[in-house]
Ligand binder design. Structure first.
Ligand SMILES: [Cu+2]
Length: 315
């Protein structure tokens, strides 16, 4: 089996688990196919016309218990495989421990990524080994699909959604990154590399990247240039909901609902401000859909998350 599972490199424990599941299911299905086909062929030959095999002895009738037993055993076997596969699928959605969050933006035809310190890459993704990585992915135009065969992970990236994908790579090396959703004429060129590095090599790599602005710092500038501060800032004349400490806190809406100001809520409030209006405020904010790119939205969100500390420092 180990020979088989190395047919394509596996760079994570989940990849090896996926292979085990795949080959187990293939082996089991293959065994059943061979068993059924073998019996059909065997009996066809043995009881062919004019063969002298005895037809006198009828087989004994099967016991009801036997029928019930093998039916239940088969059902149980396949439900077990279903459970095994689902557990893996759900496991893939839940990051283990405190993950390192990296933002990924897909666009025709490249993968852009941004590390927590603001280091940016295009069509390359450097990650430390043995550490939970959480990719927060957005698309700027059409549906793309983030596919790393060596990690056995594939996630569609749909415009207007934030998709999460987590993994822990445990084998340093360079692995292929592909787009697995036809996304336009240069779809086949939308490829890249995932470079898994030892923790210290990753730290070293980070330190050699341009000390780019942090995402939150970019967001802060956008907050001004897009005009957000004109209404949401300290000395604004227009009355708009204050944004200090807004991230993660409950917000009372005009229709009586109370929602949590998470990424999705803040994102919607920027793109569709008339949808969830905060109680006590007029729906006067214009939509920023089409005016702010995915990368800039991520920067704004990063800024809003950091805002409480900044306000505290300013005071
Ligand atoms: Cu694509």
């Amino acid at each position: 089996m180990s020979g088989l599972s190395s047919f394509i490199s596996a760079a994570s424990e989940r990849a090896r688990q996926t292979d085990l599941l795949f080959f187990s299911a293939t082996a089991l299905s293959g065994f059943i196919v061979l068993l059924v086909a073998g019996l059909i062929i065997g009996f066809s030959i043995r009881y062919r016309k004019n063969s002298n095999a005895s037809r006198a002895e009828l087989p004994p009738p099967l016991l009801r218990e036997f029928e019930t037993g093998w039916t239940l055993a088969t059902v149980l076997l396949f439900v077990t495989i279903f459970g095994w596969a689902s557990a893996q699928g759900f496991g893939a959605m839940t990051p283990a421990g405190e993950p390192l969050q990296i933002n990924v933006v897909a666009k025709q035809w490249m993968w852009k990524s941004e590390h927590p310190g603001g280091e940016r890459e295009i069509n390359e993704l450097h990650v430390p080994a043995d550490r939970a990585i959480l990719l927060s992915m957005n698309s700027q135009d059409v549906i793309h699909s983030f596919f790393v065969p060596a990690l056995r992970i594939k996630q569609d990236v749909v415009p207007g959604h934030t998709e999460a994908l987590s993994f822990i790579a445990d084998k340093p090396g360079t692995y292929a990154l592909l787009c697995a959703e036809y996304c336009g004429t240069q779809h086949s060129k939308m490829t890249g590399k995932v470079i898994v590095m030892e923790e210290e090599d990753y730290a070293d790599w980070l330190s050699h990247q341009e000390a780019d602005n942090s995402l939150a710092a970019q967001g802060e500038r956008l907050f001004t240039t897009l005009g957000c501060s004109g209404c949401h800032g300290h000395s604004a004349n227009v009355r708009a909901p204050p944004l200090e400490n807004v991230y993660g806190s409950p917000v009372a809406l005009a229709d009586g609902r109370i929602v949590e100001a998470d990424d999705a809520y803040l994102r919607d409030s920027i793109l569709q401000p008339k949808r969830d209006v905060v109680a006590g405020f007029k729906p006067i904010m214009p939509s920023f859909a089409g005016r702010v790119s995915e990368a800039n939205l991520l920067a704004l969100l990063a800024y809003l998350k950091k805002k409480p500390q900044q306000e505290a420092r300013d005071d």
